[in-house]
Ligand binder design. Structure first.
Ligand code: SAM
Length: 436
């Protein structure tokens, strides 16, 4: 993973939000203590006693959301300790994931109206607010989570207009029970880590989630987009990509991160395969202290995510610089796959570097024409000079004049033969994935 040498704009934007999160957590905690509790003076660093309390709750929350998943879909946000742990640990993670997706899409939704479904205490909405949204509508089944979101995003006494804060509406709604989403049009609809909680365990969950997301697409303005973020766990990630495929086959243009409109190749590559973004992170307090207390290895932010445009609105992919590919452009499948010799005119790196038994560093790379392994001998100086060994997930590259290699056992049925770095191979790094 490419580590940024110093905190980037996203890290700084998050840092400015952290004292508010900790202050809110402390205020809630003091309210619940009969003593009225004295508040420690320090801003974002928790005292040992606070760390102990929040760390224990985090461990329970983490097991329930990503371990046995017993809490997913349960009303855990109504439980003060768990909501508090969410605020201090997962809120910053979700905020960054949303901000990274927005940076990848290159959209600056200034003056945008945004609907956040399953908002919880509002991390995704906050990321949109920090990138210029001026109207936020938050929907969640938890009244407590919505209340905290409102206190974070529209503190009492702050003048929306003067402080440049977005206007905020919250609506408590059970998304499983009511198809009655707020009226559009919205410039963006975001649903972060909530899809997997809906109809969890039910046989028809994918159909129901698809219908909900289709209703969300209906609420979009013509140039709007739907952003879905899900945990990078194998099941939740594969189910998210299945929904991507289903909605794309209903005519919703895939805006990112994929360069491909067609079905996701990871789903066809076998049941153990999926696709996610992973962005290195050195977490600040209180996230670092809580991760250490709960024994969690937090060195990156990862999520499976995708963005779709409104069906029929002629969206097209959004490039990293915000250039919307014209609807009239030829479909990506029509691009000559081997222009300039075997390679990819444009592709995303979709894996970590892997060292194989033959001493070659190999990546999975995915472009309009599908997914393919690309490798270079680990001592290949030309590949090193071209930056091949420093590639990271979701870097965008162009590769030409590569050399076809024999299909090894790791090549899934139906996948194109791997490519190798040869003496004439040219690698262009078109864009790095955004950093935190
Ligand atoms: C993991 S949290 C995600 C919060 C936030 N969107 C984020 O990205 O961090 C899942 C959220 O989905 C909400 N949720 C789960 N089932 C729901 C339902 N049936 N109706 C409405 N909200 C629901 C939960 O209350 C919770 O706030």
């Amino acid at each position: 993973m490419n580590k940024p040498s110093r905190p980037g704009p996203l890290a700084l934007a998050l840092e400015s939000r952290l004292p508010g999160l900790v202050e809110l957590w402390r205020a809630e905690r003091c309210l619940r203590r009969e003593s009225g509790g004295r508040r420690p003076a320090q801003a974002a660093r928790l005292s040992p006693a606070e760390l102990e309390a929040a760390g224990a709750a985090l461990l329970r929350l983490q097991r329930g959301l990503t371990g046995d998943r017993g809490l997913a879909g349960a009303p855990y946000m109504e439980e003060a300790d768990l909501l508090g742990a969410y605020l201090l640990y997962y809120w910053p993670v979700s905020y960054l994931e949303t901000a990274l997706a927005l940076a990848t899409l290159g959209r600056r939704p200034a003056a945008a109206r945004v609907l956040d479904l399953g908002s919880g205490p509002g991390p995704a909405a906050a990321a949109f607010a920090d990138s210029g949204a001026d109207e936020l509508v938050l929907v969640d089944g938890s009244g407590r989570a919505l209340e905290l979101a409102a206190r974070l995003l529209a503190p009492a006494g702050a003048s929306t207009h003067e402080a440049g804060r977005p206007s905020l509406t919250t609506r408590r709604l059970d998304l499983q029970a009511s198809p009655d989403l707020p009226d559009g049009p919205f410039d963006a609809v975001v649903i972060g880590h909530a899809v997997n909680e809906l109809w969890k365990g039910q046989a028809d969950r994918l159909e129901r989630r698809e219908a909900l997301l289709a209703a969300a697409l209906d609420r979009l303005a013509p140039a709007g987009f739907l952003l879905v973020l899900e945990p990078a766990l194998l099941l939740t990630s594969r189910e998210a990509l299945t929904l991507r495929d289903r909605l794309a086959s209903r005519g919703a243009p895939v805006l990112g991160p994929c360069l491909r409109q067609g079905p996701c190749p990871a789903l066809r590559a076998g049941p153990g395969q999926t696709c996610h973004g992973e962005y290195p992170w050195s977490p600040p307090e209180p996230v670092a202290g809580l991760a250490a207390r709960a024994g969690l290895d937090r060195v990156s932010v990862k999520a499976t995510w995708f963005a779709l445009g409104k069906p029929g609105a002629g969206g097209g992919r959004v490039g990293a610089l915000g250039d919307t590919a014209a609807a009239a452009a030829p479909p990506p499948e029509a691009a000559a796959p081997d222009a300039g010799g075997p390679g990819f005119p444009e592709a995303l790196v979709v894996s970590e570097p892997m060292l194989n038994k033959a001493g070659r560093i190999r990546y999975q790379v995915c472009g309009a024409e599908g997914r393919r392994a690309v490798s270079a001998a680990k001592d290949d100086e030309k590949a090193r000079a071209a930056g091949f060994f420093g590639l990271g997930r979701y870097d965008r590259i162009r590769l030409s004049r590569a050399e076809p290699r024999g299909a090894g056992p790791e090549v899934a049925a139906g996948e194109a033969r791997p490519l190798g770095f040869g003496p004439g191979t040219v690698l262009d790094i078109l864009d790095r994935a955004p950093t935190i």
